[in-house]
Write a protein that binds this ligand. Structure first.
Ligand SMILES: [Zn+2]
Length: 177
């Protein structure tokens, strides 16, 4: 159901109700937790148009990433854990020395008849870990959140042709098991 954000007026089906107020994802993210602060926050109207530039950033993963990092940092864990083959450099996902190995694993999976188990052992991954690598959209330069795939702002390390071939073979292999 599409509703209007009580703070910025942004219309979306993803708006959430918090303390009886409707807030868009963006306004909800910055909302203070204390109820009195919360109410004055919502009363302070802003224009959704002004927030568009930030919303676009969020689509690129910027805010989500920061939020995730904040949460994990508060939890005392490692700040981020990029996909195998990438590292975080200056806050950006950057291919690391393992990126060539990712492509090698993709090609090996296509060209050899090794089972996922065998292939995993060869490279030091569990079957789950290997599956994760072979199906990770990150390698296409994309980001996934809220179940949707978006263009990311990092460098892809696998071509879409290779990726699609691997997905086809993956489907066949998983059916067999
Ligand atoms: Zn809003």
């Amino acid at each position: 159901m599409i509703s209007d954000c009580d703070k910025c007026g942004y219309k979306s089906a993803k708006n959430k109700i918090i303390n009886d107020k409707t807030l868009c994802e963006f306004c909800a993210y910055f909302a203070p937790e204390k109820e009195e602060d919360f109410n004055s926050y919502v009363e302070e109207k802003v224009s959704w148009r002004e927030l568009q530039t930030f919303r676009k950033q969020e689509k690129l993963g910027g805010i989500r990433q920061k939020r995730g990092m904040k949460k994990r940092a508060q939890g005392g864990g490692s700040v981020t854990r990029p996909a195998f083959g990438y590292k975080i450099k200056n806050n950006k996902l950057t291919p690391d020395e393992n990126s060539k190995l990712v492509e090698e694993i993709y090609l090996d999976f296509l060209n050899s008849n090794l089972s996922l188990n065998r292939l995993g052992k060869k490279y030091g991954f569990s079957v789950m870990g290997l599956k994760k690598i072979l199906t990770n959209f990150t390698y296409l330069g994309k980001v996934k959140f809220d179940g949707e795939i978006h263009e990311g702002n990092h460098v892809p390390i696998i071509s879409s042709t290779l990726f699609n071939q691997v997905q086809d073979r993956m489907e066949k292999v998983c059916k067999k098991n």
